[in-house]
Design a protein around this ligand. Structure first.
Ligand code: C5P
Length: 311
């Protein structure tokens, strides 16, 4: 034990500004080329000394049992598994009192659960004084889920493999977005499954590999919002729209309200609308809040750093 009382780590949500989905692999995952952007909507993970593991979840979607839109506070939570995995790796007892204060909506395509797991690895590494090597933390993160390594890295990063191989990319701007959360959560496997069916029956063209990310990478390097707006793409969007046709109206509402561009974030159902600047994002958020198509609307900006101890 390092003797620390409490470690507080902020866990940012992500949006995928490019999500190229290749064919289904033999292991049940899809080959991806994706570009992640961490944004200023955070959960907070607090780790305190404890006997055994305990977990409390508060805020958006907190619930005692798993269910649509609910976060379990037991060993099925990715945070709990992150704690056990780090303890096993470091050869220490998994003693900690964990608290997750949620602001990131659940099952929204914003990788909130993945961000919490990444933040837990960082928080417990500090609390337990285990000083895991960066590459070990990245490996443990990849075991927990495809989006978890990005939660450690943050900023803007290219994701390959099944999304778990991340490398930071250059971005010269800060972009302002409005996130619109529409209705109930969507299951990520269901959306990938729908895309496979759409490709098999010709509703969308089949592919031999994920679409390259070059246009979006060039736009991020250049820093222009117009260029980024033109380059945004998400191969999962047609599948999310097939499962949730109301999202079409949500995307249209974002365009009508003055967004530069709007796309479904990850597997959805969150809509990410790109604004010209901070003021436009605040105006856009106000307009979309009144449009009656979103349950929650948040103005955010990014890139922001990945999971790290506060203060
Ligand atoms: O890695 P993660 O646990 O987040 O993945 C959840 C599910 O999403 C997988 O079981 C799989 O159905 C789908 N998935 C996929 N291809 C990826 C990532 C996730 O098919 N690259």
């Amino acid at each position: 034990m390092s003797g620390r009382d409490a470690v507080v780590v902020r866990a940012p949500a992500k949006i995928n500004v490019h999500l190229g989905v290749g064919p289904l692999r033999a292991d049940g995952f899809h080959a991806l080329t994706t570009v992640y952007l961490a944004v200023s909507l955070h959960d907070t993970v607090t780790a305190r000394p404890g006997e055994g593991l305990s977990l409390r979840v508060t805020g958006e979607g907190a619930g005692a049992a798993a269910g649509p839109g609910l976060v379990p506070a037991d060993r099925t939570n990715l945070v709990w598994r992150a704690a056990e995995l780090l303890a096993e790796h470091a050869g220490v007892r998994a003693d900690a009192d964990l608290e997750v204060a949620k602001s990131i909506p659940v099952a929204a395509g914003l990788a909130g659960g993945s961000a919490d797991a990444a933040a837990t690895l960082v928080a417990l590494d500090a609390l337990w004084g285990t000083r895991a090597a960066r590459e070990d933390l990245l490996r443990l993160a990849a075991e927990l889920g495809s989006d978890v390594p990005f939660g450690l890295v943050g900023g803007v990063a290219l994701g390959t493999g099944r999304g778990e191989q991340v490398s930071p990319v250059l971005a010269t701007g800060r972009w302002h977005w409005v996130l619109g959360i529409a209705g109930e959560g969507l299951s990520t496997p269901a959306v990938y499954g729908e895309l496979d069916r759409m490709r098999a029956d010709g509703r969308v063209p089949d592919v031999t590999g994920p679409t390259p990310a070059e246009p979006v990478l060039a736009a991020l390097r250049g820093g222009s919002t117009a260029e980024l707006a033109a380059a945004l793409s998400n191969d999962l969007q047609p599948a999310a729209l097939a499962l949730r046709p109301d999202l079409r109206r949500a995307l249209r509402a974002a365009g009508d309200a003055g967004a530069r561009a709007a796309l479904v974030s990850g597997s959805g159902p969150t809509v990410a609308a790109l604004a010209d600047d901070e003021q436009s994002a605040v105006r856009l958020a106000a307009e979309l809040a009144g449009a009656g198509v979103f349950r929650t609307v948040r103005a955010v900006s990014g890139p922001v750093p990945g999971a790290r101890p506060a203060g």
